[in-house]
Design a protein around this ligand. Structure first.
Ligand code: SF4
Ligand code: SF4
Length: 434
């Protein structure tokens, strides 16, 4: 298994390995998809890469899978390194595996799955982005993508609980508490760059009277090996989380405001971790679902005087809305928070990817200019709403829209649900600090 990307070298291609991958990963289904594709082109207009670059036919979904995975099957895995280098550009630089195109294909061909399989082939030959390679090394060494030690993580939780004592009386961040309802898992960006996110979550859980814990290990719910094509490591990463939840005997795993983490934990992870029935061993809940339930059931309440007056819009993360089914819950939360909600068009499950998904953000500076070009569709969607605030429950959407804000001079503020809920939530009298 390759430790690091070495796609600039000229090592011989391991054809046997490629054949194994082509046979193992949905081989029969993929062959059928390749055969039934009628080249009708109906999927083309669904792809934001295609739309952002003047409808370049080379960016249509069908062209992308036919010239990569299609060729691999046609040549029975007998491909050379030069071909794989060309695939590298397409499978990582021209597709975020957002799954929008599958909704527009009359045969329901799952193009994202095919691109993901092509990524696995490239990865098996050491051809994958350096930015992802770095995170994979961290996952292997520490179980999380940023290489944070258990000690540092626990200390950050304790620090945040202390910091937020001034906001909510009796706030705690319990670590490894067995038998609770929710084990809360986060994106490492939170403890490393935005530790206040941990404090904000604790604030909401305390007000809601939740029975919860943070795990000292298995707390990273992200899964970048899934986007790198390293299926074995992707299985280990998601299993870290499942195992910790089973060890603690918790009822459910709660996923922070992160899109791909939900896709991994709830939908793709079980297969990657060896659960043949495709079901996670512990129920998975996304924050959007739980935050909506808190508001709906009155476990937390919004101060009507603090509702946002400025126009706001909502960015549907692909893996929360289209691939996670939570588009209405997200909108209902925004209704509680803001007076002037302006939806993007198209929206909900039809919304376009922001251009930061599929591992694009951690792929780093090598891919930044492409991110900005393909993000044109999202920038135009946001601009058309006239919104001043873009709310999104996903770290990658947050980063991508922050970059698009600068690139396209959108003049917006990007915010998470947690952040706005904490700004507007009523702290009950018995939890007000003295
Ligand atoms: S999965 Fe998304 S990015 Fe990839 S080809 Fe389809 S629409 Fe385009
Ligand atoms: S819409 Fe489906 S059948 Fe038509 S070109 Fe695209 S993938 Fe092929």
């Amino acid at each position: 298994m390759p430790e690091n990307s070495n796609h600039m070298t000229d090592q011989p291609v391991n054809v046997e390995k490629i054949k194994q991958i082509l046979d193992a990963n949905n081989g029969a289904r993929i062959r059928t998809w390749l055969n039934i594709c009628a080249r009708c082109g109906l999927c083309a207009e669904s792809c934001f890469f295609y739309l952002a670059k003047d409808k370049d036919p080379k960016l249509s979904p069908a062209y992308k899978f036919k010239t990569t995975l299609g060729e691999m099957y046609k040549k029975k895995g007998n491909v050379d390194r030069e071909f794989l280098e060309k695939c590298y550009e397409i499978v990582w630089g021209e597709c975020t595996t957002c799954k929008r195109c599958s909704m527009y294909c009359p045969f329901g061909i799952d193009i994202a799955t095919m691109i993901s399989t092509a990524r696995t082939v490239c990865w098996s030959q050491g051809i994958f982005p350096e930015g992802l390679a770095r995170t994979l090394t961290n996952y292997r060494k520490t179980g999380n993508q940023m290489g944070t030690s258990e000690e540092d993580f626990v200390e950050t939780c304790e620090w945040m609980a202390e910091e937020f004592e001034d906001e909510v009386k009796g706030i705690t961040i319990p670590i490894d508490k067995p038998g609770v309802k929710y084990m809360y898992t986060v994106n490492p960006r939170e403890p490393v760059y935005y530790p206040q996110d941990l404090g904000m979550a604790a604030q909401i859980f305390t007000v809601a009277g939740e029975d919860w814990t943070m795990p000292s290990s298995g707390w990273d719910c992200t899964n970048l090996p899934m986007f790198a094509g390293d299926r074995a490591l992707a299985g280990k990463v998601v299993n870290n989380m499942y195992k910790k939840a089973l060890e603690l005997g918790v009822e459910k795993i709660l996923i922070t405001e992160c899109g791909h983490a939900y896709r991994s934990a709830a939908f793709e992870g079980p297969y990657l971790a060896g659960y043949a029935d495709g079901k996670p061993p512990v129920e998975i809940v996304h924050s959007v679902q739980l935050l909506y339930e808190y508001l709906r059931d009155g476990r937390i309440s919004i101060d009507p005087d603090k509702r946002i007056e400025e126009p706001v819009t909502y960015q549907d993360p692909c893996n929360v809305s289209r691939n996670g089914g939570l588009w209405e819950e997200g909108r209902k939360i925004v209704e509680y928070l803001a007076k002037d909600f302006r939806d993007m068009s198209p929206n909900r499950e039809h919304n376009h990817c922001c251009g930061g998904g599929g591992g694009f953000i951690p792929m780093g500076s090598e891919f930044k200019s492409r991110r900005m070009v393909s993000g044109k569709v999202k920038a135009e969607q946001i601009k058309a709403t006239g919104a001043k605030i873009v709310i999104t429950p996903c770290h990658n959407c947050f980063d991508q829209i922050t970059d698009l804000n600068e690139e396209y001079e959108l003049g917006v503020k990007v915010a998470s649900l947690k952040e706005l809920i904490c700004e507007e939530m009523i702290i009950p009298d018995h939890l007000k600090p003295e």
